[in-house]
Design a binder for this molecule. Structure first.
Ligand code: FE2
Ligand code: FE2
Length: 274
C-alpha cells in the first residue's frame, strides 16, 4: 500500500461527505489488512492542506448566525442531527490530519492503529447520521453549519501534544458529556434509528478520548513532563474559553481522563456532595 500519510491527505482533499467517508473506510481496511498480516506499512510524511476540502453545501456560518431550533419539534431534531453529521465529518478529517500532519514525529505503530480506527469509526458515524437525516426527508448539506470547526486543528497544526490535548481530550470528551441528553431527545420522540446511531457513537467515542489520553501521556513520559500541568498549560493556550460542566465523570474516567485534569479548567467549581 501507499504511505499512510499520503492516503490520509487523499481523504483530506476529498470534498464530498459520502465520498470522503467511503475513501476513509477503504484506506482503513487496507491498513488493517496489512497490520493483520503482521506488516507495518510506511507512514511517511505528507503536505496536508491547512484546511480539508469541503462540499459546496452546507453553507458555513459563524456560530452566532446558525439559527437555534428547539429539539421538541421534528425540525429541531433534524437540525440537531445535521449538527452531529457536521461534527462527525470534521472528526473524520481531524483523525486523518493527525496522521498526515505529524508524520515527522516518531511514534509507535499503535499510534497509527488507533487513529486509523478512530477515523474509520467517524466515517461510519457520518454515514449513520446522514442515513437518519435522509430517512427524515433531509440530508447533510440541507441546513447551514458551524464554520470554525477546524479552528482547533489550525491552532495546533505545529504542536502534537497541543492537538491531543484540545481535540480528543477536550472536544471529543465534551461529546461524552452531551450525547446522553441527545439520546433521550430521540428516545422521547421515538426516532429509533437515531437512538441506535447515537448509541453507537456514544460507545465508540469513549475509545477516541482514551487514545488521546494514552498518547498524550506517552509523549509527556517520553519528555519527562508532568501530564496534568502540561495539559492545563496547553488547553489554556490553545482552547478559547472555559470547559463547561456538567461533565460525564464516569465515561471520562473510563477514557483515562481524571477529574483533576478538567475541573481546574471549568467555568465553575465542582459541586461537592456531603
Ligand atoms: Fe464520532
Ligand atoms: Fe470521535
Amino acid at each position: 500500500m501507499r504511505p499512510l500519510a499520503e492516503l490520509a491527505t487523499e481523504v483530506l482533499t476529498t470534498a464530498d461527505g459520502r465520498e470522503k467517508t467511503a475513501l476513509s473506510r477503504r484506506h482503513a481496511a487496507a491498513w488493517f489488512e496489512a497490520r493483520d498480516l503482521g506488516e507495518m506499512p510506511v507512514v511517511g510524511t505528507a503536505r496536508p492542506p491547512l484546511r480539508p476540502a469541503r462540499p459546496a453545501r452546507p453553507e458555513l456560518l459563524d456560530p452566532r448566525d446558525v439559527p437555534r431550533r428547539k429539539p421538541g419539534s421534528e425540525t429541531g431534531r433534524i437540525a440537531l442531527l445535521h449538527a452531529v453529521a457536521h461534527i462527525e465529518l470534521n472528526a473524520v478529517d481531524l483523525h486523518w490530519d493527525i496522521i498526515a500532519r505529524f508524520g515527522h514525529v516518531p511514534m509507535p505503530p499503535g499510534f497509527y492503529d488507533d487513529w486509523v480506527k478512530a477515523a474509520d469509526e467517524e466515517s461510519k458515524h457520518f454515514n449513520l447520521v446522514s442515513d437518519c437525516l435522509e430517512e427524515l426527508g433531509s440530508h447533510y448539506g440541507a441546513l447551514p453549519a458551524h464554520a470554525g470547526m477546524w479552528r482547533a486543528a489550525e491552532d495546533t497544526a505545529g504542536d502534537l501534544m497541543g492537538r491531543l490535548a484540545v481535540v480528543p481530550m477536550v472536544l471529543e470528551a465534551r461529546g461524552l458529556d452531551v450525547t446522553p441528553g441527545m439520546i433521550e431527545i430521540f428516545k422521547t420522540a421515538k426516532v429509533d434509528h437515531a437512538v441506535a446511531a447515537l448509541n453507537t457513537i456514544y460507545a465508540e467515542e469513549v475509545g477516541h478520548v482514551a487514545y488521546g489520553s494514552k498518547w498524550f501521556h506517552f509523549l509527556c513520559g517520553r519528555e519527562n513532563k508532568d501530564p496534568k500541568e502540561v495539559f492545563h498549560d496547553l488547553v489554556r493556550h490553545y482552547f478559547h474559553g472555559a470547559l463547561k460542566p456538567p461533565f460525564n465523570e464516569e465515561k471520562r474516567a473510563e477514557a483515562g481522563l481524571p477529574p483533576d485534569f478538567y475541573w481546574p479548567l471549568a467555568e465553575e467549581p465542582p459541586i461537592r456532595k456531603g
